[in-house]
Design a protein around this ligand. Structure first.
Ligand code: NAG
Ligand code: NAG
Ligand code: NAG
Ligand code: NAG
Ligand code: NAG
Ligand code: NAG
Length: 203
């Protein structure tokens, strides 16, 4: 009786194992519904957590980027945000306060305008403390994850990493910022032991 059952159990666990090693099901990313609440919740402070891009110039920029936060302020119009970015490029913290984000509600698109440079991304539906973008540049795709705090849950991280794999990225290619490279808040004095400077102050 037992001897008869054992092969069945092995077969059953074998099937489970085969199923578990299949590539994860790729849940399609859903664009955010751009109502007033969604647009309004973009306001405020965000911490860049990780991202990946197929576009070589973006890949090069990401290599230099050790840490980044950005803050969206109301701009000239309800669908325009002024943006302040604080980032550490290589060793140095820089502040950029002259860019804007334009919101195109009909296709969930955000266009980041910095001087002459425009970059486009689709806002992805997510938990409200996350800011997930699918970037488009020529025929290249990128994905980025930002959040209200440097801490995201294990589940949020795993879900994003699964999306990276679904979009053909290897996790080693993803670029991850580190909170240990955080820039001092604007106007704060630097501690010792670093060559970094944060300037200019935010007004
Ligand atoms: C969205 O906000 C605009 C401007 O603040 C307002 O005119 C409009 O009625 C709002 N729409 C909804 C559905 O609340
Ligand atoms: C947004 O930026 C423009 C300049 O690009 C500036 O004139 C305006 O005062 C800024 N708005 C806010 C709310 O900071
Ligand atoms: C960062 O370092 C790389 C390699 O050393 C260099 O090519 C690049 O110009 C640096 N970027 C900035 C913004 O300092
Ligand atoms: C979304 O719409 C804007 C304005 O109509 C357009 O410029 C942009 O290319 C569209 N975005 C995408 C991803 O198609
Ligand atoms: C992030 O998590 C760590 C450890 O759980 C905690 O000490 C820290 O306060 C959290 N930081 C923020 C900004 O939530
Ligand atoms: C950006 O920062 C510079 C230097 O601190 C300041 O003069 C300028 O008014 C700021 N611009 C905006 C739009 O905040």
């Amino acid at each position: 009786m037992l001897a008869f059952l054992i092969p069945i159990l092995i077969l059953a666990t074998g099937l489970v194992r085969v199923h578990a090693t299949e590539s994860p099901t790729c849940v399609p990313l859903v664009p955010a519904v751009m109502d007033n609440a969604t647009v309004a919740r973009l306001l405020g402070h965000w911490v860049y957590i990780m991202g990946a891009s197929q576009y070589p110039p973006h890949m090069a920029e990401m290599k230099e980027l050790k840490y980044a936060t950005f803050t969206l302020f109301p701009g000239s119009h309800e669908d325009v945000f002024n943006v302040t970015e604080i980032m550490r490029l290589n060793e140095t913290c820089v502040v950029r306060n002259s860019s804007k984000i334009h919101v195109f509600r009909h296709n969930s698109t955000l266009v980041h305008e910095e001087g002459q440079e425009l970059s486009m991304a689709e806002l992805i539906h997510s938990d409200k403390d996350l800011f997930i973008l699918k970037h488009f540049k020529d025929n290249h795709v990128g994905l980025s994850l930002s959040a209200r705090t440097p801490n995201v849950t294990k589940e949020q991280l795993e879900e994003f990493e699964a999306q990276l794999r679904c979009h053909g990225f290897k996790l080693e290619e993803a670029f991850v910022t580190s909170n240990k490279d955080a820039c001092p808040a604007a106007g704060e004095e630097r501690g010792e032991g670093s060559t970094a400077t944060a300037e200019p102050r935010l007004g």
